[in-house]
Design a protein around this ligand. Structure first.
Ligand SMILES: [Zn+2]
Ligand SMILES: [Zn+2]
Length: 297
């Protein structure tokens, strides 16, 4: 039996894109669940995929009332499903929401804003569940028998990657991350100094994901698309393949699919990476995340 598993409830970046062209990989924005046989519910991100997950919890798993929701960051595609998360409206649920610390506003204030009456008919103060907020920096914490560690990613707002370890296995979730490059010029420093700093940053990321049993990694763009999206804060195929190869990742799920990507095109990307991995006898299993898919580790 698997030690833990991960289920994808939303795999899309930027905006939900329901429709015929996205029916296979799915149109909901980021949300995944990590499960073991223990009682607490672990969720990563609250994109629109969280709506269905919430409905399943309140209908099929009524005994699981302790929810831990980890937000990578507060861009809209990662929080827009939250007001539609059914457990929020039911007394008896205890929901802890974790996210990167913001210095100008608290996590609570940020989430409060999207539930002002201008945008939504119910205020946070009216929710029936008990809600706790927990701001995170780079740190390590324990949730039951899980250990959770965090790492800052490269994105236009503070954004955290998460690593969950349990029973000797690890799942790492890094969405909305662009491999570090220098986009600002040297600012008076030598090329070598700048190169070293960038290399150190990439090394920090590599160390965080190294030896992951499953890595969920933002792969929004292809190599051809990337040059026109530099500094948008997302990863791309060829560079990610290089990272995965260096870091001995066992399973790599391409994630945060571009909203303009049709199923046919996503399949081409997936197959092309699988072919490359096969040709170089890479030990990594490569696949594109699909809504509803369960991955065991
Ligand atoms: Zn995003
Ligand atoms: Zn983002």
């Amino acid at each position: 039996m698997a030690i833990m598993n991960l289920r994808f409830w939303g795999v899309r970046g930027s905006i939900p894109v329901p429709g015929q062209d996205t029916a296979i990989y799915g149109g909901n924005t980021s949300c995944v669940q990590i499960a073991t046989d223990n009682q607490s519910v672990l969720i990563l991100d609250a994109g629109t995929g969280i709506r269905k997950l919430g409905l399943e919890l309140v209908t099929k798993h009524k005994d699981k009332k302790e929810v831990h929701l980890f937000l990578s960051h507060t861009h809209w595609d990662h929080i827009q499903g939250l007001p539609f998360f059914a457990p929020l409206y039911i007394p008896g649920y205890s929901i802890t929401i974790y996210g990167p610390v913001h210095y100008e506003k608290s996590l609570e204030q940020i989430l409060d804003r999207q539930m002002e009456y201008t945008y939504f008919p119910v205020r946070v103060a009216e929710l029936a569940a008990k809600i706790n907020y927990h701001s995170l920096k780079e740190e390590k914490l324990s949730i039951g028998d899980f250990s959770v560690s965090t790492k800052y990613l490269n994105h236009p707002v503070l954004c955290l990657g998460y690593k969950f370890e349990h029973g000797g296995k690890s799942i790492t979730y890094c969405t909305d991350h662009e491999p570090y490059i220098n986009i600002f010029g040297n600012g008076g420093h030598s090329d070598e100094v700048v190169r070293t700093v960038v290399a150190e940053q990439n090394k920090g990321f590599d160390n965080f994901i190294r030896n992951s049993d499953l890595l969920v990694l933002d792969t929004q763009y292809t190599e051809a698309e990337y040059p026109s999206h530099i500094s948008w804060g997302h990863g791309y195929t060829s560079r990610n393949l290089e990272i995965v190869r260096q870091c001995n990742v066992k399973k790599w799920a391409l994630f945060h699919h571009d909203p303009d990507r049709s199923d046919a095109d996503e399949k081409k990307i997936e197959e092309s990476l699988q072919r490359q991995g096969g040709e170089e006898k890479l030990q990594t299993e490569i696949f594109a995340a699909k809504e509803g898919m369960i991955v065991e580790v």
